[in-house]
Ligand binder design. Sequence first.
Ligand SMILES: [Zn+2]
Length: 385
Amino acid sequence: MSDLAIIENAALVIENGIITFFGKMQDIPSNNYTEIDCSDKVVMPGFVDSHTHLLFAGSREEEFAMRSRGFTYQQIAEQGGGILSTVYKTRAASKRELKKNARRYINKMMQYGTTTVEIKSGYGLSFDDEIKMLEAIKELQKEEIITISSTFLGAHAIPPEYKNSPNQYVNLICDKIIPYVGEHKLAEFCDVFCEKGYFSVSDSEKILSTGISYGLKPKIHAEELTSYGGAILAGKLKAVSADHLENISDEGIESMKANGVVGVLLPGVSFFLNHNYAPARKLIDSGVPVAIATDFNPGSCMSYSMPLMLTIACTQMRMSPEEAITAATINAAAALNLSNEIGSIDIGKKGDVIILDIPNYKFLTYHFGENHIYKVIKNGTYLEF
Ligand SMILES: [Zn+2]
């Protein structure tokens, strides 16, 4: 993760959306290329944000203000805040309204250099509303230039209707929603919020295994609030990624390492909620591939700035700038099963690159709170914002 393979005085050629050359300027194959002068700038792969909940209605700024005044999660929930407030608003919104909101965020995140994003369902929590969310994501995949990976997260929370019979909700997910999602190819991944008071390890295993049988690759929200066992399950199921990991056990780390599970860390959440950070050093030093994502959502991280996440990763999780960049590009691509297509500058990969107006890559994490993007190139096309 520490080796970025920097080339000075470099050139990069993209043809028909695919990288066909990279190397020293003097070695560039002669041809009639449209040229972009990148003197005194940094060219790198576009960011891959491998964990977001960016499809939602409403916002929760009141909750943030209450938290800043010391209110607890429980008190906020009692006053109508928390995830259920987003669920009610998302249920009430049409597919068109949800897409309109999402499009605004997508445009902004591309301006910060994100060229691939994963989007989860999980604010519908009913058959109709979860399908509505996944259909909206599918339409956005076709309509937007950004690459979108789709994840079914029906098991995000227990919906209010099933408060006293959570098992029935697990059955609804396994018997009705997952078969429909799989048959209609509405998602690539299935995810579960594996946590005390949400979905137990055995419920999570049941849901993710059902997903696997319908062609949905497993992901898991694991060990966020307590050390609960989700990371061990991720290894057992050979999940593509286990995300959060703030309270992961040594056994969980072993299980992930042994099974090649990518650890997706979400430093923006710890920062925004003032919670503890995931043990990035321990994970990296143990040989777990680590990615960084925003977890952009209205409750626990209202930011889609990947550069900001990288600086927090360096200052709060003691990752090096090189590790942070690797975590936000090639390792993040691996967290979406896309490392053969994106995440690095390589012959045959997509022409997804960003040009930064900084003298060297170390400025990216060092000069923070500033958008250093000079140009974003997606599939070889230079974007105008
Ligand atoms: Zn999440």
